[in-house]
Design a protein around this ligand. Structure first.
Ligand SMILES: C[S@@+](CC[C@H](N)C(=O)[O-])C[C@H]1O[C@@H](n2cnc3c(N)ncnc32)[C@H](O)[C@@H]1O
Length: 383
């Protein structure tokens, strides 16, 4: 993609332009996916309805509420789509200007949307429940609360320091829809969430910067779950978001979200007082790259607080590199790199975007640990 000049050197401007063009293309593809949500989701209901219609009259009579249920699903999808349109309307200042949306996108030709992107959109809708609804409180108490308490105990807020302009800096890589980072900023830390999924970033931007007051929006996060419902009503259970006014951060709060790959965005060494990872470290192709990066950008004496499983996101994706190590192996690498483990629990029960009414319940027995980069450390401990 990058071109060379006559002298054979890489033309930096062209590289930047190419990167911008790629970013623009990606952004368009994501907008396109969001726009196709309704058609895609309705297609799926139609499939269920078609199967139902093929039943004998006797069998249909045995399921008298089923057709009405399909209509409820359609209404729920329409409501989700209304929220999606609001989310898309909030993107006008993001990354690129408005006329990008008008750019002719050759893929904008109906239902050519990949199931990969649509699954991510479905996940984002569920993530709203985890991060920004009162229904998600229980899950947040299991995942975010222990991290927040640990941040507070390792890095107590010193009001005098705050006044002298020396905020304690906390980074939350893989921040999703931003609730953990938001809560940490609310306590008085300088906190930055980092996220590289455009689907997630667009939704986070909406809820953090453009949303109305408490419970302004209705959403049906479980409407795409056709199996393991105890009652039909569980599939069309509505939630309200946000459970908290996202504009409620104190005037002097220092909160931001940074878009991009954690491994690429952060280059300044010895910078962060704390890095808090929640359900994040297993998203790497090579988890050791994350460990190295965390070590490199933490200040000497800084803390890494982690809670999550080792699901290894690339594990089952053909053609993708995936380093899958057990926690015991990982722990060894953590200490080899130079971290000192200060606290560790290997059975921290928690859930991730779990539908509380589903007949299928996933529960993770996560690792939860706090490590410290030694106060007198170099960045080259492990080369
Ligand atoms: C399993 S989700 C967890 C989200 C959030 N921390 C939570 O607990 O709800 C992992 C998140 O990390 C993001 N992510 C994955 N790889 C990343 C990378 N290299 N840089 C930044 N974010 C990344 C994903 O897009 C996703 O939003």
């Amino acid at each position: 993609m990058a071109t060379t000049t006559d002298s054979g050197k890489l033309d930096k401007e062209t590289v930047v332009e190419d990167e911008e063009a790629l970013e623009k293309q990606h952004f368009l593809r994501i907008i396109h996916a969001y726009r196709n949500y309704r058609a895609y989701a309705l297609d799926r209901v139609q499939r269920s309805e078609k199967s139902f219609n093929k039943l004998s009259d006797r069998h249909k009579k045995l399921l008298p509420a089923q057709l009405g249920h399909f209509n409820k699903i359609r209404i729920a999808i329409d409501t989700n789509y209304e929220l999606i349109l609001r989310i898309l309307n909030s993107t006008d200042h993001m990354f690129v200007n408005k006329d990008m949306e008008n750019t002719k996108d050759p893929r904008n030709t109906g239902k050519t949307i990949s199931s990969y992107h649509m699954e991510k959109i479905y996940t984002t809708l569920k993530q709203f429940s985890r991060d920004w609804s009162s229904e998600g409180q229980q899950e947040r108490d299991l995942c975010y609360k222990p991290i927040i308490e640990e941040v507070l105990s390792r890095l107590p807020i010193d009001k005098r320091h705050k006044k002298r302009g020396e905020p304690k800096k906390v980074l939350v890589p893989g921040a999703g829809l931003g609730r953990l980072a938001f809560e940490i900023a609310k306590l008085g830390y300088m906190c930055q969430g980092n996220e590289f999924s455009m689907i997630m970033l667009i939704a986070a931007n909406f809820i953090l910067n453009r949303s109305g007051g408490i419970n302004s929006y209705t959403l049906y996060p479980w409407v795409h779950q056709y199996t393991n419902n105890k009652g039909s009503e569980d599939q069309v259970k509505a939630i309200k978001i946000p459970d908290i006014c996202t504009q409620s951060l104190p005037q002097d709060a220092n909160f931001s979200m940074a878009a991009g790959d954690f491994l690429e965005v952060y280059t300044e060494k010895d910078y962060w007082n704390c890095i808090a990872t929640c359900y994040f470290i297993d998203t790497a192709h090579n988890i050791l790259d994350y460990l190295d990066k965390i070590y490199e950008i933490l200040k000497p004496g800084g803390y890494w607080i982690n809670l999550g499983p080792l699901l290894y996101h690339f594990s089952d994706i053909p053609g993708e590199n995936s380093i899958e190590v057990s926690y015991v192996e990982l722990r060894r690498a953590i200490t080899e790199i130079g971290f000192v483990i200060l606290d560790e629990h290997t059975d921290a029960e928690s859930t991730y975007t779990q539908n509380p009414r589903s007949m299928l319940q996933y529960k993770y027995h996560c690792v939860f640990f706090t490590c410290q980069k030694p106060r007198h450390s170099s960045n080259t401990k492990c080369s």
